[in-house]
Design a protein around this ligand. Structure first.
Ligand code: BES
Ligand code: ZN
Ligand code: ZN
Length: 500
C-alpha cells in the first residue's frame, strides 16, 4: 500500500473512503469531522445525539455519502477517552479504520491524523502510529490462495493534515511509520511462508539480498566453515536435516564511525519437528514460526539503511531445520559448543538453546556493547505469559530498562522473568557442563539460564522469548492478523534509535 501525505482539507479528497475520528469525551466535533459532517447534512451529529456513536475506543460509525462527497463512505473511528489516548490506541484505531475500508472494498483511503488534535499526542508520534496501524492492518498473506482475501485491494493511504504548522511533524512521522511497518511486514512474510519454501538457504538468500543495501554487509558461512569455527552445538541440531544449514552475520556500519555497537541474535529454526524427541503432530502445525527471531533480525536489517541508527549493528542467525532421521542428533549425545562448554542433549526438541549457544558465543566474541537475542524458545514462556507477551531475561537492568522503554513506544508487550541463579542446579548434567533441559517446572527460566552460559559475563545481554507473540493463532489486534506478527521488530527499531 502506498502512503501519501498531503496538506489540505479532507472534505476535498478524491479517495474512496474517508477516515475521521471522534473522542468519547470530545464534546463538539473537531475541525475535520465537523466539515465532513456538514457535507453529510449532519448525519454524524445525528448519530451522536441518538447515541448510535459515542466515540468509544475502536467503535465505528459508517456513513454512506450517496454522492454528497466524492468518496463512497465516511468511517468515523472512536478513539475512546482523551486522557486514555496512547500511541498504541492510535495504532489500533487506524487498524480498525483500515479494516472497515477493506470491507467497503476501497482502493484508496484518506485519513486525518488520529490523535493529533489539541492536547493530544505530538503530530509526528500520532502520524507514525496511524501509518503503522494502517499498513499493518492492510497486510495479507494470501499468495497461495486462488481467491484472495480482498476482492479489491487497498492501494493507497493518504494522510491529510489541514494545519500547515503540523506538516513537518506529520511527514516525518509518516516516513518513520512506513519504515517500521515495512520492517515488520518483511518479518511477517518470512514467518508466514511455508516451511518447505523457507529453508535455511532461503533465509540466507534473504540476508544476501539485504546486504546489497548501502552500509550493510553479510558474511555467510556454510557447514564446513561453521565446523572450522567449532560451532558443534549448532551443527548437531542441523545434522538431522538434508537441507544445508547456514550461519549468517550481517553488519551495518553508520556513515559516521560508531562509538558503540549492538548484536541482535535471532533463533533460526526454519522448521522444528522436535527431532528424535518428536513433537506430537498438533504441536508441529505452526512450527514454521520457529525462525521468528531470525525473521525479526532480518526485518530490522531490511530497513536499517532507512532508519540510519548511529550505532554499529550486527545481525546473527544460525539457521537450520530440526528433523528426525538416521543422522539426527540423539538424546544422550554430548557436544562441545564454540565457547568450550559441553552440553548433554537430553531432549532434541530443546534445540533452539543448543543452536543459540553457538550464536551467542559468536556474538560475544565480537565484543559488542550489548547483545539482544530473540527466540521462539519455550512453550513454558507461553504458559507463563500467554500468547501476546514476550518474556525478558537479562544480566543488566539498564539495558533491560532501555528495551522496556522501546517496547512502550512500539506497543509491544514485554514482561520480565527472573534469571534466577539458584535454578542453575536444574540444568546441571551428570556427565557434561550443562544439560539442555531443566525439570518439569520453570522451563522458560531454565532455558534463559542455559543461554547465559554462552554469553560473555561482561556484556550487557537481554534475552527475549517470543514463543507466544511471534505467531498469532487468531487475530490479536486490529493490526495484528492471524499468522506471523513480526514480534520484536518495532521494539528493536525503537531501541536502535535511542541506543548510542
Ligand atoms: N520451538 C519450541 C518452542 C515453542 C513452543 C515455540 C510453542 C513456539 C510456540 C522449542 O524448540 C521447544 O520445542 N521447546 C520445548 C522445550 C522442552 C523440550 C524442554 C518446549 O517448550 O516444550
Ligand atoms: Zn523444539
Ligand atoms: Zn524450537
Amino acid at each position: 500500500m502506498k502512503v501519501h501525505v498531503v496538506q489540505g482539507d479532507i472534505v476535498t479528497s478524491a479517495a474512496d473512503v474517508l477516515l475521521v475520528s471522534g473522542l468519547e469525551d470530545g464534546g463538539s466535533l473537531g475541525g475535520a469531522v465537523s466539515a465532513v459532517d456538514d457535507a453529510l447534512g449532519g448525519e454524524i451529529r445525528d448519530a451522536i445525539t441518538a447515541k448510535e456513536f459515542e466515540g468509544k475506543f475502536q467503535s465505528t460509525l459508517i456513513v454512506r455519502t450517496r454522492g454528497r462527497l466524492s468518496c463512497s463512505h465516511v468511517v468515523v473511528v472512536g478513539l475512546g477517552k482523551k486522557r486514555e489516548l496512547t500511541r498504541e490506541r492510535l495504532r489500533q484505531c487506524a487498524g480498525v479504520g483500515v479494516k472497515a475500508a477493506r470491507l467497503l472494498k476501497a482502493r484508496s483511503v484518506a485519513s486525518v491524523v488520529f490523535g493529533a488534535g489539541k492536547g493530544e499526542c505530538k503530530a509526528d508520534e500520532a502520524s507514525q502510529a496511524v501509518i503503522e496501524g494502517a499498513l499493518l492492518a492492510a497486510y495479507t498473506f494470501d499468495g497461495w490462495k486462488k481467491k484472495k482475501e480482498d476482492a479489491v485491494s487497498l492501494e493507497s493511504f493518504t494522510v491529510t493534515e489541514i494545519d500547515r504548522r503540523k506538516m513537518t511533524g506529520v511527514e516525518r512521522g509518516a516516513s518513520v511509520g512506513e519504515v517500521f511497518a515495512s520492517a515488520t511486514i518483511h518479518a511477517r512474510d518470512l514467518v508466514n511462508e511455508s516451511g518447505q519454501h523457507m529453508l535455511p538457504k532461503d533465509l540466507k538468500k534473504n540476508a544476501e539480498a539485504i546486504a546489497k543495501k548501502p552500509r550493510v554487509s553479510a558474511k555467510i558461512m556454510s557447514r564446513a566453515e561453521v565446523k572450522k569455527l567449532g560451532m558443534n552445538a549448532f551443527l548437531a541440531v542441523a545434522q538431522g536435516s538434508e537441507n544445508e544449514p547456514y550461519f549468517i552475520h550481517l553488519t551495518y556500519k553508520p556513515k559516521k564511525p560508531a562509538k558503540r555497537s549492538i548484536a541482535l541474535v535471532g533463533k533460526g529454526i526454519t522448521f522444528d519437528s522436535g527431532g528424535l524427541s518428536l513433537k506430537p503432530s498438533s504441536s508441529m502445525e505452526t512450527m514454521k514460526c520457529d525462525m521468528g527471531g531470525a525473521a525479526a533480525v532480518l526485518g530490522v536489517f531490511s530497513q536499517i539503511t532507512e532508519l540510519e541508527p548511529t550505532v554499529e549493528v550486527h545481525g546473527i542467525i544460525a539457521t537450520c531445520e530440526n528433523m528426525p532421521s538416521g543422522s539426527a542428533y540423539r538424546p544422550g549425545d554430548t557436544i562441545r559448543a564454540k565457547n568450550g562448554t559441553t552440553i548433554e542433549v537430553l531432549n532434541t526438541d530443546a534445540e533452539g538453546r543448543v543452536t543459540m549457544a553457538d550464536s551467542l558465543s559468536y556474538a560475544s566474541e565480537l565484543e559488542p556493547d550489548a547483545i539482544i537475542d530473540l527466540a521462539t524458545l519455550t512453550g513454558a514462556c507461553v504458559v507463563a505469559l500467554g500468547e501476546e507477551m514476550m518474556g525478558l531475561m537479562t544480566n543488566n537492568g539498564r539495558l533491560a530498562e532501555q528495551v522496556f522503554e522501546a517496547a512502550e513506544e512500539s506497543g509491544e508487550e514485554i514482561w520480565e522473568l527472573p534469571l534466577y541463579k539458584k535454578y542453575d542446579k536444574l540444568i546441571e548434567s551428570k556427565i557434561a557442563d550443562v544439560k539442555n533441559i531443566g525439570g518439569s517446572w520453570g522451563g522458560a527460566l531454565t532455558a534463559g539460564l542455559f543461554l547465559q552460559k554462552f554469553v560473555d559475563k561482561k556484556i550487557p545481554w537481554v534475552h527475549l522469548d517470543i514463543a507466544g507473540p511471534a505467531f498469532a493463532e487468531r487475530d490479536y489486534l486490529s493490526y495484528v492478523p492471524y499468522g506471523g506478527t513480526g514480534a520484536g521488530v518495532r521494539t528493536l527499531l525503537h531501541l536502535l534509535k535511542r541506543f548510542r
